[in-house]
Design a binder for this molecule. Structure first.
Ligand code: FAD
Length: 349
């Protein structure tokens, strides 16, 4: 019988970052993952941005999360020997003179100045807009598919990854641990993301309010260059005249896959902001595992013994998971308190 400290169920962004972090803190893990084509992580654009640009507000715990992110992803690159961490300035295109003034005022404030460049930039060629743009600092992009593949390969090489569905009905829980087939562990951590949010997992977790998202890739007449342009939707230059455009938001049709309505919305956006012809190449949909009160679900399962939850990353998994994974690892290793606002218990009436 093989023993590990933790069985991790799910190898999306959450399961991958958490597994790395637990190991860095000295714990052993075994990951079960059966990837699905429309899983959230595979569709994700992979951007991180600590500011909600529409409302000019910082994300919850933005500074702490940014500090952790900038340490953890480069360390994961060293661990896996693969490259997927790409700092990339986000360019916010202003819709009005008022928005431009708001940017200038915020960029002078000590809380925002680490993230907003104070000068107003002219727009790149072929982008249509009347009020200029502001450039963000410390933002960037994780090439998510590359990161997941790198983590999977590294775990597989040490015999700590099984590509199959974890069957919760076969889990046996006893006094101080769990048994799953020929594997023993202290506990299981569910990182099942969208599948739990859509109640497709046998493990019931309450509190989700899933949000569907769609993206397209387009072939542009002229190359966009190394640009990530935020103008309501994102348009990210991928090289070779291609760009990723997204993402949309919807609160229904979770199991229907890509929709013609959202494709039309994204193509209309390109027509509005891009001065040139284009052709749509791909169109994908995924479901964000978002939570009713917009805080993740991290902590012990309210009912199941020796089962923990690490889920509910909504639309900011890249920014949040390194910080939240360290909080959970430090709780396991040193008894550091868990974040009260993330406890799954809060959703139980
Ligand atoms: C269109 C779109 C764009 C987005 N863009 C961004 C972005 O730019 N930046 C950002 O930070 N976030 C973005 N997101 C959100 C982000 O994708 C999610 O928050 C994140 O992927 C959630 O990751 P996860 O690992 O928790 O869940 P998931 O991605 O759902 O991964 C869960 C994994 O567990 C596996 N699994 C589940 N149950 C089992 C089981 N019983 N046994 C074995 N395996 C199992 C699944 O198959 C899957 O591989 C976007 C989302 C969408 C839809």
């Amino acid at each position: 019988m093989k023993y590990v400290d933790y069985i991790v169920v799910g190898g999306g962004i959450s399961g991958s970052v958490l597994s790395y972090t637990l190991m860095k803190y000295g714990a052993s893990v075994h990951v079960f993952d059966l990837p699905k084509e429309n899983q959230s992580s595979v569709v994700a654009s992979g951007l991180w941005n600590p500011v909600v640009l529409k409302r000019m507000k910082k994300v919850w715990k933005a500074d702490e999360m940014m500090e952790t992110l900038q340490r953890v992803y480069p360390a994961m690159e060293n661990w896996t020997g693969k490259k997927f961490y790409h700092p990339l300035p986000i360019r916010r295109v202003f819709h009005s003179a008022g928005e431009q003034n708001q940017w200038i005022a915020h960029s002078d404030h000590p809380s925002f100045s680490p993230y907003l460049n104070e000068s107003i930039s002219s727009l790149p060629e072929h982008i249509i807009a009347a009020h200029g743009s502001g450039i963000m600092k410390q933002t960037g992009r994780i090439k998510v598919k590359a990161m997941l593949a790198a983590v999977r390969a590294t775990l597989k090489a040490s015999g700590n990854f099984t590509e199959e569905k974890f069957n919760w009905s076969q889990l046996e829980s006893h006094g101080d641990g769990v048994k799953y087939g020929s594997l023993g562990a202290h506990a299981v951590i569910s990182c099942e993301g969208a599948q739990t949010a859509l109640r497709e997992s046998k493990l019931e977790v309450t509190g989700f309010a899933p949000v569907k998202g769609e993206v397209i890739t387009v072939k542009l007449e002229k190359d966009l260059g190394k640009e990530c342009i935020h103008q309501g939707h994102f348009m990210i230059g991928e090289g070779n005249h291609e760009a990723l455009v997204g993402a949309t938001y919807a609160w229904e049709g979770f199991r229907d896959g890509p929709s013609s309505i959202k494709r039309a919305e994204l193509e209309e956006h390109v027509r509005k902001v891009w001065d040139g012809s284009f052709e749509t190449l791909t169109h994908k949909a995924g479901v964000r595992p978002a939570v009713k009160d917009r805080k993740p679900l991290i902590g012990p399962h309210p009912k199941e013994k020796n089962v923990w939850i690490f889920n509910g990353m909504g639309s900011r998994a890249i920014l949040m998971t390194p910080y939240l994974a360290e909080n959970l690892a430090e709780h396991f290793m040193y008894g550091t308190p868990l974040l009260e606002e993330c406890q799954p218990q809060r959703m139980v009436k």
